[in-house]
Design a protein around this ligand. Structure first.
Ligand SMILES: NC(=O)c1ccc[n+]([C@@H]2O[C@H](COP(=O)([O-])OP(=O)(O)OC[C@H]3O[C@@H](n4cnc5c(N)ncnc54)[C@H](OP(=O)(O)O)[C@@H]3O)[C@@H](O)[C@H]2O)c1
Length: 295
């Protein structure tokens, strides 16, 4: 089975390539090789590769930057998704598109379900919601949209790597403790996406790692695991602050835990607890650091 992954080099694309099943022949294209904002490039690429499935891992993911650049974010997150969906529709290709918990406004008091009303608080969420519609309107059952949250990996730009970096240089930092969600490893998401394709899933699905937490508790887990794995050689105090103490250009949902039960039923399994995935990713970083130092 030929598979195309867009956005190669990003967190999710890297893990999709790593975790591809043996039967998949994966062609992964980065922004230089395939800029999804070009409809003609998208069409030509799909015609020449002729994949059975396209995973769209290309996205504008700078949440704060989207506030001042919504048109540029729309060009990638809505129009890029639409170009891919158009070409997939014309050529009979299945498409897997990834979306975000930021399509919700954070007022829910229980995990957000697939059919709960969406109401993004910021530009990034609006552009991602428009991307969902672009895919589902065009592709029907040939389209799959998977919402996820708080993505991180041992590579790329993410909270876990930023925290380890900041903690290595300081002994005190402040982290927001009044936003609840679920950290999700790009590796576990990639495995779930491959499994969803194998299961013939379509429509909207939710996938995150198990449980829920705050950015502050996530940071504490990163510190403690980093210390245990030898990546941090000193203790760090992590002060819990509120969102109002840490203003950002984009407003983030206070509560964006995703209900993954429908997807769990389809896959016949539950996600691992988020803290176990953190341990694996920090273990990967520790092994890489030990390899570099020749230990
Ligand atoms: N990161 C999160 O916390 C999070 C949370 C929920 C949902 N998601 C969603 O999960 C998906 C994967 O996210 P990720 O964390 O893997 O993102 P990422 O690491 O930022 O990767 C996105 C990739 O897309 C590329 N890209 C940007 N514009 C493009 C274009 N016009 N054409 C082709 N490629 C382009 C980027 O290239 P450059 O680096 O060169 O710009 C980057 O390599 C996205 O749909 C994202 O919205 C992410």
């Amino acid at each position: 089975m030929n598979v195309l992954v867009t956005g190669a080099g990003g967190q999710l694309a890297t893990e999709l390539i790593r975790r591809a099943p043996g039967a998949a022949e994966v062609e992964a294209l980065d922004i230089e090789q395939l800029d999804v904002t070009s409809s003609s490039r998208v069409r030509d690429c799909l015609e020449s590769i002729r994949p059975a499935v396209v995973f769209n891992a290309a996205a504008w993911t700078d949440v704060d930057g989207a506030e001042a650049n919504e048109d540029e974010a729309l060009a990638v997150n809505r129009d890029g998704a639409a170009h891919l969906a158009d070409a997939c529709g014309e050529q009979g290709i299945r498409m897997v598109h990834v979306s975000t918990d930021f399509v919700f406004d954070g007022t829910s008091t229980r995990p957000c379900r697939i059919d709960d009303p969406t109401s993004p608080l910021g530009a990034y969420g609006r552009t991602k919601l428009a991307g969902e519609a672009a895919v589902l309107d065009r592709l029907g059952d040939a389209g799959l949209v998977v919402r996820t949250a708080w993505l991180y990996a041992a590579h790329g730009r993410n909270f876990l790597r930023t925290m380890l970096n900041v903690m290595s240089q300081r002994d005190h930092l402040k982290v927001v403790a009044d936003q609840r969600g679920t950290p999700t490893s790009a590796a576990s998401l990639a495995t779930a996406l491959w499994d969803l394709v194998a299961a013939g899933a379509s429509g909207i699905h939710h996938w995150t790692d198990g449980g829920e937490t705050t950015w502050h508790e996530f940071a504490v887990c990163i510190r403690d695991t980093g210390r245990a794995e030898g990546l941090l050689d000193h203790d760090v105090t992590i002060e819990a602050i509120s969102t109002s103490d840490w203003p950002t250009p984009a407003t983030r949902p206070a509560y964006s835990v995703l209900d993954t039960s429908v997807t769990e039923a389809l896959l016949g399994r539950s996600p691992r607890p988020w803290s176990e995935e953190v341990r694996d990713v920090i273990g990967e970083l520790a092994a890489a650091a030990a390899g570099e130092s020749g230990a």
